[in-house]
Design a protein around this ligand. Structure first.
Ligand code: 2YG
Length: 258
């Protein structure tokens, strides 16, 4: 799981509205409707608590989570205190949901009903739903999943549950062996990537896909950070690519706990 860099998320706060508009344009869904149309509570108080454990606080992280939740129409703030004191502060202020992340886990906890959402699972669910919206359904589509790590495996489960026909590409020989033994359809040659119109990229190596490696009509959703596409490949896919560092995962975490 990739540790975010402060500079990757520095602009989330001031581009969150345009990000949501782009998501709506490309998938027909916004942060509230990305994963189903269940009703949302009228008002929610959300606290984000900075956590100093391990490698410590990432600049812009808590503020970005607040910006995303505010763009969904809810009241959100970063606690003055960090860590346990911050959790206590949030409870004194009657927070309905708290977001906390250490070096190993990023979770949301509903303080009222005890529900917990993990960012890996939420990111997988959110991105599969973004693909479903952008591709206008999954069950009749051939999809290539790039990367069979923590998030990739969650995405694979979600795609299969939605009736998708999934092929996986992962360069790691151990993962290839695991996929072979568990009957996961796979390709081993990256030159076959361009045979697929629908891609989910869950790899965490940046800048390894150039424009002649992808299908000219590709629709790609990319939870993997940093982005695998080269700059010109990314430009070529404008309007047919969904990629962010936090937004879809955070929106889905909130959906999962309320
Ligand atoms: O509170 C803080 O500022 C830090 N303790 C946050 C640390 C987060 C570490 N985890 C990551 O950077 C990513 N796994 C978060 C999720 C990336 C999007 N999938």
């Amino acid at each position: 799981m990739t540790r975010l860099k402060s500079e990757w998320i520095a602009d989330i706060g001031n581009t969150i509205e345009e990000c949501q508009e782009y998501l709506k344009k490309v998938t027909g869904r916004d942060f509230r409707t990305l994963v189903g149309n269940e009703k949302w509570p009228d008002n929610l108080k959300i606290a984000v608590i900075p956590i100093t454990q391990g490698e410590g606080i990432i600049g812009n992280f808590a503020e970005s989570v607040v910006a995303i939740v505010k763009a969904m129409g809810f009241n959100a703030y970063v606690t003055n205190d960090s860590d346990v004191a911050g959790i206590y502060e949030a409870s004194l202020k009657n927070a309905d949901v708290i977001f906390i992340a250490d070096d190993k886990r990023f979770i949301a906890i509903n303080m009222k009903n005890g529900k917990i959402a993990d960012n890996n699972v939420a990111t997988a669910i959110g991105y599969v739903n973004a693909l479903e919206g952008g591709a206008d359904g999954i069950s009749d589509k051939k999809i290539l999943l790039l990367g069979y790590g923590k998030v990739g495996k969650e995405i694979y489960k979600e795609l299969i549950s939605k009736g998708g026909t999934v092929t996986v590409y992962d360069e790691d020989q151990i993962k290839q062996k695991e996929m072979f033994e568990t009957g996961v359809e796979m390709i081993e040659n990256p030159n076959q990537i361009k045979d697929f119109k629908y891609l989910i990229d869950a790899t965490n190596t940046g800048n390894w896909i150039n424009e002649d490696m992808i299908n000219r009509d590709v629709f790609i959703v990319s939870p993997g950070v940093p982005l695998s596409l080269s700059q010109n490949a990314y430009e070529k896919c404008r309007g047919r690519i969904i990629h962010d560092y936090l937004q879809i995962g955070v929106a889905t975490m909130l959906r999962m706990v309320v």
